[in-house]
Design a protein around this ligand. Structure first.
Ligand SMILES: NC(=O)c1ccc[n+]([C@@H]2O[C@H](COP(=O)([O-])OP(=O)(O)OC[C@H]3O[C@@H](n4cnc5c(N)ncnc54)[C@H](OP(=O)(O)O)[C@@H]3O)[C@@H](O)[C@H]2O)c1
Length: 322
């Protein structure tokens, strides 16, 4: 089992690197990787050549064009085109060259904007999506439906998971393009080292959000790869499995934990003129819990580890707008 050849697409990203660490720590020795410079996954001919040569038995699709709200709303064509190409090329080549199992990673933005909370797997395609990242979400939904359709037509054991907000090592800490958690870690760190008396946080601090440490996500992906097969989803009327903690907290509570971990002792001011976004975003993860998986890293512990990585790697990584 542990000598299976596994291809982790996107192994330098936050998610792909965590999945790579997990498989390596479980004793898998036959892990195949390519950077985007070595293999541009948008190129169908190159992807087919790679699969024909390597013939991986397991495939994890953690490569994607990813970005914050700004990038998503500006580079709409690129987010749709590149993600559709990456997924279609990998999923088709995995089928063509006989991969035994494939795991496709999406995100919670695939769920409709006004879906009830917490978000259940069944809410997929029940009403319109959030406008800003609609192209990205449409591409991810296409990836989910590719996996399901390759199962239905060819019997391929291809499945999809939808993680909640993630954080941890190799995250993007660039303030212009980062998600809320890394942005806050950096902001409070900079306020501390520059002896600032006050940090300003956008919005009211009341929105509720869920966060999962990326190594826990990798653990869940490993668990799902071992335990879950295509019929467990598609024959039960769902197309994907949610991954999260099942617990949310307010941005104000999150800010207090981050200030504490970083050691910032000044004041926190909320700029209520700035937008809050969706009031609540929480995944329903009862299916994953019923399957026997639970997260293990508490929020304060995870933020501590993320901050430690940030301190050792500042400036090493930051996804640009492109
Ligand atoms: N970050 C989150 O909070 C979060 C939450 C839920 C779900 N996810 C999902 O997890 C997946 C990975 O996200 P991430 O945060 O790990 O993103 P990331 O850090 O930006 O990593 C994405 C990786 O994809 C690779 N890639 C992009 N375009 C490529 C191309 N044309 N050819 C080959 N490789 C390409 C890049 O490879 P190189 O480094 O070699 O250029 C990069 O390492 C995405 O599907 C995302 O939706 C993320």
């Amino acid at each position: 089992m542990k000598d299976k050849k596994i291809y982790i697409a996107g192994h330098r990203g936050m998610v792909g690197s965590a999945i790579h660490r997990k498989y390596a720590s479980e004793g898998y020795t036959n892990i195949v990787t390519r950077t985007s410079g070595e293999l541009n996954l948008i190129r169908q001919d190159k992807v087919e050549e790679f699969f024909e040569k390597e013939r991986p038995q397991y495939v994890v699709v953690a490569a994607a064009k990813v970005g914050g709200i700004l990038a998503n709303s500006i580079y709409r064509a690129q987010f749709l085109y590149e993600n559709l190409m990456i997924e279609s090329n990998i999923i088709h080549a995995a089928y063509k060259y006989g991969a035994e199992k494939l795991l496709f990673l999406g995100s919670s933005c695939i769920y409709p904007k006004l879906a009830p909370q917490p978000l259940k797997e069944e809410y997929l395609l029940t009403s319109p999506l959030e406008e800003t990242n609609e192209p990205y979400a449409i591409a991810k939904i296409a990836g989910i439906k590719l996996c399901e359709s390759y199962y239905r037509q060819y019997g391929s054991n291809f499945i999809s998971v939808m993680p909640t907000n993630l954080y941890g090592p190799f995250d993007n800490y660039d303030l212009k393009t980062s998600h809320v958690m890394p942005a806050l870690i950096r902001k409070f760190h900079e306020a501390k080292v520059n002896n600032k008396e006050e940090v300003e946080v956008w919005g009211t601090g009341t929105p509720l959000r869920e966060f999962l440490y990326v190594d826990d996500l990798a653990d869940a992906c490993y668990y799902v790869m071992q335990q879950v097969n295509a019929p467990d989803l598609y024959e039960k009327g769902i197309s994907q499995i949610n991954i999260g903690t099942g617990e949310d907290l307010t941005i104000a509570e999150l800010v207090t934990i981050i200030a504490d971990v970083v050691g910032f002792e000044g004041k926190i001011k909320y700029d209520t003129s700035k937008p809050d976004g969706t009031p609540r975003k929480l995944m329903d993860i009862s299916r994953l819990h019923d399957m026997g998986w639970h997260h293990t890293t508490g929020l304060k512990e995870g933020i501590g580890k993320a901050y430690e990585w940030f301190l050792g790697n500042q400036g090493k990584r930051g996804k640009g707008e492109e």
